[in-house]
Design a protein around this ligand. Sequence first.
Ligand code: NAD
Ligand code: DAU
Length: 361
Amino acid sequence: MRILLTGGAGFIGSAVTRLLVLEKAATVLVVDKLTYAGDRRSLRDCEGKPGFAFEQADICDLPRMRALMAEFRPDAVMHLAAESHVDRSITGAADFIQTNINGTFAMLEAARAYHAALEPAARSAFRFHHISTDEVFGSLGPTGAFSETTAYDPRSPYSASKAASDHLVRAWHETYGLPVLVTNCSNNYGPYHFPEKLIPLIILNALDGKPLPVYGDGSNIRDWLYVEDHARALVTVVERGKVGETYCIGGRSERRNLEVVQTICDLLDQRVQAARPRRELITFVADRPGHDQRYAIDCGKIERELGWKQRESFETGIAATIDWYLANGWWWQPLREKKYSGERLGLLAAAERQEASVKVG
Ligand code: NAD
Ligand code: DAU
């Protein structure tokens, strides 16, 4: 398969690229702007491999996207490029509107023209796979789970921009017959995760003996999926998913944030000695504005219809993730030093003034 994959220098995109190039012998053109979140070093295992190519480009640049599709002639587009961090969307929504909405529009228009000009066999085989998030469904109460039939209810600038992009993708299917697939996935974690997100931030702060910021009371729940399991799900969908369908992907691993942070502390204490138990670094801080309480995914459809199943439990995945960060300082040290060193993001001015930290044992 020839796959044009956007966002391949990011966390999930690099995992999908490694899977496609190293295990599936696919030919992949990664298209990535290399924003603060993109890093070519995340693709170092693929560099020089037959079937791997990289193009630094902005997905909002429609003429460029048209030209890349015409030159590369993909069998499928896997569209992952996005601004992905909720906290950054709270204080800087413009980039999210631009990349996630206008960028998806440009990708759809380029794919539409490319698809329309294909020979019939290639035309019926072509797929446009849009990678999205469970956050488009809003926030759950104590019970229930999101599924493919859940109504959209996005609540952050990030999730609203992803919801808008999902709607554009559906519209291009219904109106122009573009053969699309949409996936909505829960929280990923694993290697090459930019250390602004909860799990890598906590691992690296805990190693440095720095405070471990837990928003609000730490009772918010996320459904965690190991990134390589997500990558396998995405490749399954692009290979065998039914055109026009949505597939929800999740880890069946709901955990309270505080529990996640405590687990990381305990696993690190077992691996690297510290003067005091790392749980003592946990610091409750002002809550995220509009913080969604709970996410959980019912991934029964992709399990039943496409035979995908996650391999890692949260316990095995989090241990593997911690071991990866311990062994791969070459990757994260320059990011912590030069790109983002862990300062609080996403606070509105009023909350900033109120921010009072309470240390707990
Ligand atoms: P990431 O922030 O790690 O990577 C995003 C990549 O997109 C980066 O390499 C960046 O350089 C690139 N990019 C950003 N703007 C671009 C532009 N205008 N043109 C070209 N490239 C651009 O994100 P991620 O966590 O790997 O997420 C990938 C996708 O999966 C996103 O669409 C996200 O919404 C979705 N998703 C993420 C999660 C998660 O838990 N991380 C869960 C579900 C869905
Ligand atoms: O659900 C899928 C989404 O998961 C993806 O679409 C997003 O791209 C991805 O970033 C992630 O969004 P979250 O907002 O859930 O992830 P984040 O790592 O930012 O936060 C996870 C939880 O931890 C959330 O409840 C907020 C909380 N948190 C986060 C940080 C960064 C803290 O308590 N402290 C922190 O320092």
